[in-house]
Design a protein around this ligand. Structure first.
Ligand SMILES: CC(C)(C)[C@H](NC(=O)Nc1cc(F)cc(F)c1)C(=O)N(CC(=O)NO)CC1CCCC1
Ligand SMILES: [Zn+2]
Length: 183
């Protein structure tokens, strides 16, 4: 399994580069390997075997590659409300986002950040994203709640932002006006 770059590695604080089409063989494999990592990490057997934390998203800088590519795999046992979202996103862009803020009740963690950092990470409850798939086809997707949180977390990585950058250090559990909390 790939080793994940940890906080402190400068690649996590860089602005990633646009990916050119047609994809090189290595870029295609990069995307496929990132999705594979998530699939393996969510498989109870394999995640035990490889001592992996079940990953729901991974951005290329986290495997040491400063390119605009990320993989998202929402876990199957969602509470059924949000449709599961599985995508390898190339050059993803948030084209619009709701004013309505949302945060995970339990806060966020990160595959690249080993320590727990408590606090609400205020994000948009709904986002519309555009991205290309590995074949270069354009996709435009509207996401809400948990899948929207994951995608915002991953796109942040592509711009050198980590989840704790958003936590209000003065009052980590401050709540924005009409913020919703996602379990
Ligand atoms: C940091 C880690 C805890 C491994 C987190 N996993 C996670 O939330 N798994 C999970 C959650 C469920 F609700 C049900 C389930 F089956 C598994 C994660 O992959 N990420 C991705 C990451 O670090 N990307 O760079 C952190 C998440 C915090 C909010 C969005 C992504
Ligand atoms: Zn992360």
């Amino acid at each position: 399994m790939k080793d994940i770059t940890r906080d402190g590695n400068p690649v996590l604080r860089k602005q990633a580069e646009t990916v050119k089409f047609p994809l090189s063989k290595e870029d295609r494999e990069l995307g496929q390997n990132m999705m594979k990592y998530l699939e393996v990490s969510q498989d109870p057997e394999q995640c035990k075997k490889y001592h992996l934390r079940a990953g729901v998203g991974l951005a290329a800088p986290q495997v040491g590659v400063s390119k605009l590519m990320a993989a998202v795999l929402t876990p199957p046992e969602e509470d059924g409300k949000e449709s599961p979202f599985k995508a390898i996103m190339v050059n993803p862009v948030i084209v619009s986002n709701s004013v309505q803020p949302a945060a995970l009740t339990v806060g966020e963690g990160c595959l690249s950040v080993d320590k727990d950092i408590p606090g609400y990470v205020p994000r948009s409850d709904r986002v519309t994203i555009k991205y290309q798939d590995l074949d270069g086809n354009e996709h435009k997707v509207r996401l809400k709640h948990y899948p929207a949180i994951i995608v915002q977390h991953e796109i942040d990585h592509l711009h050198g932002t980590l989840f704790y950058d958003h936590i209000d250090t003065e009052n980590p559990f401050s709540q924005a006006e009409n913020e919703i909390f996602i379990d």
